[in-house]
Design a protein around this ligand. Sequence first.
Ligand code: ATP
Length: 283
Amino acid sequence: MTGMIAVSGLEFGYGDRTVLDGIDLTVGHGELVALVGVNGCGKSTLLRLIAGLLTPRRGAVRLDGTDLASLSRREVARRLAVLHQALAPVPGLTVRQLVRQGGYPHRGPLGMLGAPGDGVAEEAMELTGVAHMADRVLDTLSGGERQRVRLALAVAQRSPILLLDEPTAHLDVRHQLEVLALVRRLRDSRDLTVLAVLHELDHAARFADRIVALAGGRVAADGPPREVVTEELLAAVFGVRGRVVYDERNDAPHCFLDHPLDGARAPAVPDPAAPDPEPAVAP
Ligand SMILES: Nc1ncnc2c1ncn2[C@@H]1O[C@H](COP(=O)(O)OP(=O)(O)OP(=O)(O)O)[C@@H](O)[C@H]1O
């Protein structure tokens, strides 16, 4: 089995400010897990640690049982692809040129040796609905178009794990649903493991098998959507009063958000003076 992520005792901070304070999390082969939490609670940071782009202060990330710290960048890229919130701007680069770069972890020391053919990039563009703009220069695309190109790039990497940082950012409502449905289809057809940062709880509830909520530098809740998405979670993690109803048509909990609560939620990042938080839902 490939595509297993295991995070244990992970601690990380920027400078002397702790952001993640003991994260334990496993994502099994073929699971689609949504990572949620308030702005600044460390969701992107956790994704970057799992991708090996940051080094933890303590704890470890294992991919299929292998410590990430012992893998080269190329070996990590063969195991996981990351959809970042932004692409490094390269003037004049076209969509096709960018998506073809997705094959780089499979290239041998002589460049193209062992690389997937161009068909892989073409297929990734077809799947993500960007094939018609393959020859467009990236700088000329809208935010939503660029977002789908980023997804095409990640898909073209053909890795068993996809880490998606806000895959629906900049997308209109129709494209949000299309991208999330596409991510599910990819998971099903290619047996991928997916960990996705999502801001919309309703999307997380509808499209993920499991939801992991971060608060105070810890995992505050971890479980199937029907167990995690509760009025208590809305209050404790998001500081919002809301109602949760079961939406039969989509077989998922659905939130009606009423208003922000005054000072009731867990802090985004650890409060050094506070005692250890109790999880809102037992992991
Ligand atoms: N390079 C950096 N240097 C210093 N602080 C950083 C850096 N990157 C992030 N932070 C801080 O770390 C905390 C966690 O940031 P992170 O981007 O992981 O949060 P997030 O949960 O993904 O937020 P959002 O929902 O707003 O995208 C924030 O307080 C942020 O300001």
